[in-house]
Write a protein that binds this ligand. Structure first.
Ligand code: ATP
Length: 358
């Protein structure tokens, strides 16, 4: 759309609310610093109440931070009202004008800006094409499906050519199948429009599928920001590992270093691990093992006993006990493998690259 893409920077942002029950002040967002690159798609993800929406609303200007400064394209924006910021928000509720047709809903913001009729017509037509609503200009919005209404909401935000597009759980009101196709559409449109996007969701698969970077929040603070792969394979702590995908945590001790790698002891077994960072020998540590990163075998890294064995079609789902730790394993393509039954003694087998020390 030929407009400058804008980055967003949050510097030590804090937002304090009062708990309505206890009347005590608390930080809904605390000392949060973030750098969002121009043109990137970034998702705020975390459990209910972690401060995602509050962060988004502060970027939009619907809430003002009590501490810190927000920058848009390098300019401080704390003092600007929402309509003076170069942002547009797409809401969960769509917030469409019910007695207007599709064209007029999308044109509304441009009319307020007093653009001439020809320009409005061209911009609206172009945007409706981009979101796949060509030919539906004269439909009333209450005659549209949920997915189509969300496209109108998206078109209405995009037509203003904001530097940044903000999404507050935009797909929550759609059924599961439509959510999946709409998220792909949103990603395509964001890339075609070449716009910076910040997206709030509590759906981890949505975040993984759509984002350049994911920001994991917990209790008002950012736990980690990284690409979906970084967050999944190299989580900073157990909270992040557990929040994204399924995780097994095996507790042990680092015995010795071997260059960048090392040997840890778990239940008396020596296990090779890659990239141990600056962990010192003798320290207690936790090995993250994703269920699909391990298999069951007659020989392997850790002896175990099978407590659950379920055929799931594309994989065999196992629960095993390693000592008294429950480990979940998804063993893919079980047709060509030995299948273990409940009560069997076996080994959890995995390559050193499959484990990650946290
Ligand atoms: P959800 O996924 O449930 O929407 P969230 O991560 O978006 O959660 P926020 O809406 O940002 O969370 O809320 C963060 C915390 O601040 C919560 O404890 C919430 O109850 C509280 N909170 C939000 N708005 C207000 C307000 N206006 N007054 C008091 N407390 C608030």
């Amino acid at each position: 759309m030929g407009k400058e893409k804008k980055g967003i920077r949050l510097e030590h942002i804090g937002k304090i609310y009062q708990d309505p029950k206890t009347k005590k002040d608390f930080y809904a967002v605390k000392d949060t610093s973030l750098d969002i690159e121009p043109g990137s798609f970034v998702t705020l993800l975390g459990p209910s109440g972690c401060g995602k929406t509050t962060t988004l609303r502060m970027i939009a200007g619907f809430e003002s931070p009590d501490e810190g400064e927000i920058y848009l394209g390098g300019e401080p924006i704390n003092g600007l009202t929402p309509n003076k910021r170069d942002t547009a928000m797409v809401f969960q509720s769509y917030a469409l004008l019910p007695h207007y047709n599709v064209f007029d809903n999308v044109a509304y913001g441009l009319k307020l800006r007093k653009l001439d009729k020809g320009t409005i017509e061209k911009k609206v037509t172009d945007i409706l094409k981009l979101v796949g609503l060509e030919g539906r200009e004269s439909r009333m919005t209450n005659q549209l499906s949920g997915g189509q209404q969300q496209r109108v909401a998206l078109a209405r935000a995009l037509v203003l050519e904001p530097g940044v597009l903000l999404f507050d759980e935009p797909l929550s009101n759609l059924d599961a199948k439509l959510r999946v196709s709409m998220r792909t559409e949103i990603r395509r449109i964001q890339q075609e429009a070449g716009i910076t996007a910040v997206y709030v969701t509590h759906d981890q698969s949505e975040a993984m599928a759509i984002s350049d970077k994911i920001i994991i929040m917990n209790k008002g603070v950012v736990e980690q920001m990284g690409t979906p792969q970084e967050i999944y394979y190299r989580p900073k702590n157990e909270f992040v590992a557990d929040f994204i995908g399924e995780a097994n945590f095996l507790h042990g001790k680092l015995l010795r270093r071997q260059g960048a790698d090392g040997i840890i002891e778990i239940n008396g077994n020596e296990i090779e691990v890659k990239e141990i960072g600056d962990t010192e020998p003798g320290t207690d540590c936790t090995l993250l093992l994703r269920p699909e990163g391990a298999t069951l075998a007659d020989a392997g890294e850790l002896p175990c006993e099978v407590t659950l064995s379920c055929f799931m079609g594309s994989y065999q789902n196992y629960h095993v006990l390693v000592g008294d730790t429950l480990v979940k394993i998804t063993d893919f393509n079980p047709k060509n493998k030995k299948v273990y039954a409940v009560g069997d003694k076996a080994f959890v087998a995995f390559a050193p690259e499959s484990g990650y020390l946290i």
